[in-house]
Design a protein around this ligand. Structure first.
Ligand code: SAM
Length: 274
């Protein structure tokens, strides 16, 4: 490793274990047909292995101090493009305009984990898969099953199947961070593309459901929707959800049917008022 002064503010914990780097790329299942966006290439250790396996790598790095190092490292690679900028303010559509599909693979800066996931899940042209190194706790939250769900788990799993790959100990990074990490893959689902409701409504109801973690879902929904607890219970029963459940126990399919039932009931009431 060179004498590079890592910027903590940019989440600069660089990978120093080649076996882990190879394992990330194996787990991402990248092939010569794939175009890959990498967020935060750093000094290019992951970029180089990706470039050996992929058709094309577009690597977006914010730290201007790293750009000349990266340009030099990849000057003889005809399939690597280094882009200087903030991934959160990048026009992703423009970057991938000439390609039919793309995947994301990255050891990301952890301070923007949620915005990065959101950026790609909600893209007009979403990636086929997103393979990310994240904090271990975040990997567990994102891949949680009913019983341990959270708002971010519902959001991620609404759009994608989340697979927990493997844990990476903190000692595999330079400098050593305070927590362990893990690699996950989000594989985009296409089944919701033609859903009959606005996802904004779904997430509004999910947020309401999780508003007070210790309270039951029915209490939280009664507060959020400004309707009686009996009315909420009737809605829950209509979609075969027990009245005393907590938000963390619901599956994605249950959130969808609950949203549809609430919206349908609202529409019927609005019709009745006309
Ligand atoms: N990929 C390298 C590795 O595995 O060793 C570096 C990973 S390091 C955890 C995260 C990288 O993301 C750093 O190089 C940092 O400068 C860069 N970064 C931080 N914020 C960024 C942003 N908003 N957009 C693009 N890159 C960013």
């Amino acid at each position: 490793m060179t004498q590079f002064a890592h910027k903590k503010s940019l989440g600069q914990n660089f990978l120093k274990n080649d076996a882990v780097i190879a394992r990330i790329v194996d787990f991402s299942a990248i092939t010569k047909d794939d175009v890959v966006i990498e967020i935060g290439p750093g000094q290019g250790v992951l970029t180089e292995v990706l470039a050996q396996r992929a058709k094309k790598v577009i690597a977006i790095e914010l730290d201007d101090r790293l750009i000349s190092t990266l340009d030099k490292r990849f000057e003889n690679f005809d399939n690597v493009t280094i882009v200087h900028g903030d991934v959160l303010h990048m026009n992703i559509n423009e970057l991938i305009a000439q390609y039919d599909t793309y995947k994301v693979v990255a050891n990301i800066p952890y301070y923007i984990t949620a915005p990065i996931i959101r950026l790609f899940l909600e893209q007009e042209r979403s990636p086929q898969t997103v393979t990310l190194m994240v904090q271990k706790e975040m990997a567990e939250r994102l891949s949680a099953e009913p019983g341990k769900m959270s708002i971010i788990a519902v959001a991620a799993q609404y759009y994608a199947h989340v697979t927990y790959g493997f844990t990476v100990p903190r000692e595999d990074f330079e400098p050593v961070p305070a927590v362990d990490s893990a690699v996950i893959t989000l594989t985009m689902k296409n089944e919701h593309a033609d859903s009959n409701f606005d996802t904004k409504d779904l997430f509004r109801i999910v947020k309401m459901g999780f508003s007070a973690r210790r309270k039951t879902l029915s209490n939280n929904l009664a507060n959020g929707l400004h309707i009686s607890k009996d009315d909420v219970v009737a809605i829950l029963h209509a979609v075969a959800i027990k009245e005393n459940v907590r938000a963390q126990e619901l599956s994605i399919a249950q959130w969808i049917s609950l949203t549809q039932e609430i919206l349908q009931k609202r529409n019927c009431e609005d019709e009745g008022k006309k």
